[in-house]
Design a protein around this ligand. Structure first.
Ligand code: ADE
Length: 225
């Protein structure tokens, strides 16, 4: 998979891809992430990429021209499955959306900033709008990092133990069951006996039961659909 991220603050997007699972996925050649500074696509003085909004009002708006130039340059090199715009008024990201995106080959992610982008960018170029939750970030960059993390870990070969993504919380609309590691007794707080007995079918049944109970207690809304 190839991901091209368009931003006015590329520095925010460096560290998420320089450590841990995302770095390993890039090093293995399973995913390529390219970060494009929108300021490299403007002819204006001071590398201007934003301007005041028509009609008045506080806040700057990212202009269409540099975004058009950047997206057109990328599209002249390969076909893209989606052009995703990160915005608080997009569809709220969930595991189902992440699963779908993990199957794509080439994706552009556009990060908004300030008051957002000129509406014509959304009308003409954007194919999907995604929010990471009902709160406002200073820009789409942290949202893009969250989106990339959740999508990249689902691509086959990224996680060492491939089944581990399948048992994640949310994969069956259920929260994950509790997990324990050594010691089996910590200051009198014991690991459930069933996990120590080695009866794997029984352990599996216990885990399913725990996942259901946890979901019922903490996120009953997940059981509704
Ligand atoms: N940009 C600003 N707020 C955002 C959010 N909640 N999700 C995605 N992008 C954003």
């Amino acid at each position: 998979m190839r991901i091209d991220i368009i931003t006015v603050v590329p520095d925010i997007l460096k560290s998420p891809f320089e450590a841990s699972i995302l770095k390993r996925a890039i090093d293995k050649g399973i995913v390529e992430v390219h970060i494009h500074n929108l300021r490299d696509y403007t002819d204006k003085s001071y590398n201007q990429v934003d301007d005041y909004q028509f009609g008045g009002g506080a806040g700057m708006v990212l202009m269409i021209e540099p975004i058009d130039k950047c997206i057109s340059t990328l599209k002249s090199q390969r076909e893209y499955d989606e052009v995703i715009y990160m915005t608080p008024d997009g569809k709220t990201l969930n595991q189902k959306i992440a699963n779908g995106l993990s199957l794509l080959n080439n994706v552009i992610i556009l990060c908004g900033h300030y008051k957002g982008v000129d509406q014509r960018v959304r009308d003409l170029f954007v194919t999907k709008e995604i929010s990471i939750g009902d709160y406002v970030l200073s820009g789409g960059e942290l949202g893009a990092a969250v989106l990339c993390d959740t999508v990249i870990r689902l691509i086959p070969g990224v996680l060492n133990n491939e089944t581990s993504a399948l048992t994640d919380t949310f994969q069956d609309n259920l929260l994950a069951p509790p997990v324990y590691t050594r010691p089996a007794d910590y200051k009198g707080h014991k690991v459930p006996d069933i996990l120590l007995g080695g009866n794997f079918p029984e352990i599996e049944t216990w885990r399913e039961d725990q996942a259901y109970k946890r979901t019922e207690q903490l996120r009953p809304d997940l059981l509704e659909d």
